[in-house]
Design a protein around this ligand. Structure first.
Ligand SMILES: Cc1cc2nc3c(=O)[nH]c(=O)nc-3n(C[C@H](O)[C@H](O)[C@H](O)COP(=O)(O)O)c2cc1C
Length: 169
């Protein structure tokens, strides 16, 4: 699959097969993230693959409704940005970390996997952050859901290029 096809065919999936993504594939996907564009090459992205024990502890803290949502995907990867405290650098590092997450989603799409970028509110909870070992300097960028593809989510309405493009003289 070429890049344009991966970009066009990626969808937010909320249903997944039960088989976790293999460690080998996961490493290949996260390896792609390392190539995201990044001012001053601060490489702020951090990834945590959530194992069964961690998932259980988070589900207990999150409550039943949220736990059910977290159980939708067999593989969850938390992406964060390690920030320096300098406002300009932090803004750019968040952008770079988002680009890194997108690289993972596109890589997953190209491999026929379903993916979903989520930012669950409970991951802002100090207790949940504690379970994840998040430092004060780390900001959630996304909880990447991955797993076998089960469905074909519909395309969503998007503005046309003419709605968003201005060509300046
Ligand atoms: C930073 C970010 C946070 C997101 N957080 C959520 C979320 O918490 N819950 C959710 O359902 N979707 C979330 N999404 C996914 C968007 O809702 C989704 O990309 C959008 O509806 C477009 O659909 P598509 O991905 O299928 O093209 C998030 C996307 C981004 C980029």
């Amino acid at each position: 699959m070429d890049v344009a096809d991966a970009i066009r065919s990626r969808r937010t999936h909320k249903q997944f097969g039960s088989e976790p993504v293999s460690e080998e594939t996961l490493r290949e996907l996260l390896e792609l993230a390392r190539y995201a564009p990044n001012h001053h090459l601060t490489q702020p992205w951090r990834f945590r693959v959530l194992g069964p024990q961690t998932r259980r502890r988070i589900e207990e803290l999150a409550g039943e409704k949220e736990a059910r949502k977290l159980q939708r995907a067999p593989t969850l990867v938390l992406a964060t940005a390690a920030l320096s405290g300098d406002p300009l650098t932090d803004e750019e590092d968040l952008h770079a970390s988002a680009a890194a997450v997108y690289a993972v989603l596109l890589g997953a799409t190209a491999r026929g996997l379903a993916s979903y970028w989520r930012t669950p509110t409970c991951f802002r909870d100090p207790l949940v952050r504690g379970v994840l070992g998040l430092g004060e300097d780390e900001r959630m960028v996304g909880l990447i859901h991955l797993g076998p593809r089960l469905s074909e989510p519909p395309d969503k309405h998007r503005l046309s290029i003419d709605d968003v493009l201005t060509v300046l003289p």
